[in-house]
Design a protein around this ligand. Structure first.
Ligand code: AMP
Length: 420
């Protein structure tokens, strides 16, 4: 029997895993610089958490969620996104009592039953930021700055930040009424999904992917023209703060975001080289979410980005993402006595943080030197029975061919050479 990986998933093989490590570590570092701390939640939650937060009408809940029942017939879901679990944890662990501001970030796999294609998978890895505790527009700009500064630091160029405001519940009501008026005459020409969305969430009609729906939205009213005074001022301050931070943006009135819980600021980071899946990251303010899932009314803002698309973009621009580790030294051990007696030394080196490769199955000198070369090690450590007896080891620089004899000590002599 031969088994294949499930469709829409992928293995991260050793030849690539150091790149993943590199970008994940680099995200952790940047987030910490802004005072954000890592939170890790389970990969499954009760399905209702997502139904309540994302909205019953959202694509994520309607079509994309991996639901399953456990042995007690409780319905769980593999998390399709990271915000609802983080907020669930925030409420459950009373993090609001500890501080009026909570700065969190997460990294981990998400699951969506989506149609797989380049840059779109059924299991994918997201990084995300959540700021909870203030409506101050500074924080909208701060979370955007984390993403933009990080991508700039990684060296990515062809980026665009697109910004919109989806208003609050009050201004959204006026806007949605205007949208219904706009779409009503063509309702019978829209796709069945749009017909459903028309009543529940008409702004979803603006980002329907069905080609035949697209022409009907040109000239649709923009949310920005329907903001109340507070939302208008909030948005203006976010824009001003970004400008003061020297972060360029364009306003895109059609950003609606897929999930129901967004209020005010909504943004997307676009990388054009990615084809159809050109969104690297997206997020926005979700002032209503915490209350919606059982907490107090506390404002918050966050975003999530995908590592897969980021890695594709970085590779397209030829950006080097760390290096695959190579051994510091390759141990060439000749003779049965040497092979048995060298174990304490091998251990000592590894305990001193020296990466030593050793293959006890190879015994011919030629094969061992070939293996040392292939491994990419800078040095070969050569020990035969007579060296072992004399408590000596030969260290050969594989690039220059230079060789020195060192004492077979607790590893100190080799460490000294490696560091010099
Ligand atoms: P979203 O949670 O839908 O706002 O997505 C945020 C980011 O996650 C996107 O900009 C993508 O980079 C990434 N993303 C979302 N869905 C997928 C997917 N199915 N496969 C790979 N990356 C995804």
């Amino acid at each position: 029997m031969k088994y294949n990986i499930p469709r829409g998933t992928f293995d991260i093989l050793p030849k690539d895993s150091y790149k993943w490590q590199f970008v994940m570590d680099s995200f952790r570092k940047v987030a910490s610089r802004f005072g954000y701390e890592e939170i890790t939640t389970p990969i499954f939650e009760v399905a209702e958490l997502f139904e309540r937060s994302s909205g019953e009408s959202s694509d994520v809940v309607q079509k994309e969620m991996y639901r399953f029942s456990d042995r007690k017939e409780r319905t769980f879901a593999l998390r399709p996104e990271g915000t609802a679990p983080v907020v669930r944890s925030y409420v459950e662990n009373h993090l609001d009592v500890l501080s009026s501001r909570t700065k969190l970030f997460y990294i981990g796999p998400m699951f969506r039953y989506d149609r797989p294609q380049a840059g779109r998978y059924r299991q994918f890895y997201q990084y995300g930021i959540e700021f909870i505790g203030s409506d101050n527009p500074y924080y909208d700009a701060e979370v955007i700055a984390i993403e933009m500064l990080w991508l700039k630091e990684l060296g990515l160029k062809n980026l665009r930040l697109e910004l919109n405001s989806v208003g609050c519940a009050t201004c959204a009501a006026d806007y949605e009424a205007a949208l219904r008026e706009f779409f009503r005459p063509n309702l019978d020409k829209l796709c069945p999904d749009c017909a459903k969305r028309f009543d529940i969430k008409p702004r979803r009609l603006l980002d329907c992917k069905v080609p035949s729906c697209k022409p009907f939205r040109s000239g649709a009213p923009a949310q920005l023209d329907y903001l109340d005074a507070h939302c208008k001022e909030h948005f203006a301050k976010v824009c001003d703060t970004l400008t003061a931070m020297d972060i360029a943006y364009t306003i895109n009135p059609s950003i609606v975001r897929g999930l129901d819980y967004y209020t005010n600021t909504a943004f997307e980071v676009i990388y054009d080289g990615l084809g159809a899946q050109n969104s690297l990251a997206g997020g926005g303010r979700y002032n209503g979410l915490i209350e919606q899932i059982g907490g107090k009314s506390i404002p918050a803002i966050g975003f999530a980005g995908g590592f897969e698309r980021l890695l594709i973009a970085l590779e397209q621009e030829g950006i080097q993402l760390g290096t695959r580790p190579v051994p510091d030294a390759y141990l060439i051990c000749l003779g049965d006595k040497a092979r048995a007696g060298i174990m304490p030394y091998l251990n000592a080196l590894r305990q001193k943080d020296v990466y030593v490769d050793y293959d006890p199955d190879k015994s011919s000198l030629k094969a061992l030197f070939k293996a040392a070369d292939t491994s990419g090690a800078r040095f070969a450590l050569i020990v035969g029975d007579s060296e072992l007896e004399a408590k000596q080891v030969n260290l050969k620089n594989l690039q220059t061919g230079e060789q020195v004899s060192l004492p077979l000590d607790g590893g100190e002599a080799v460490v000294q050479v490696l560091k010099s």
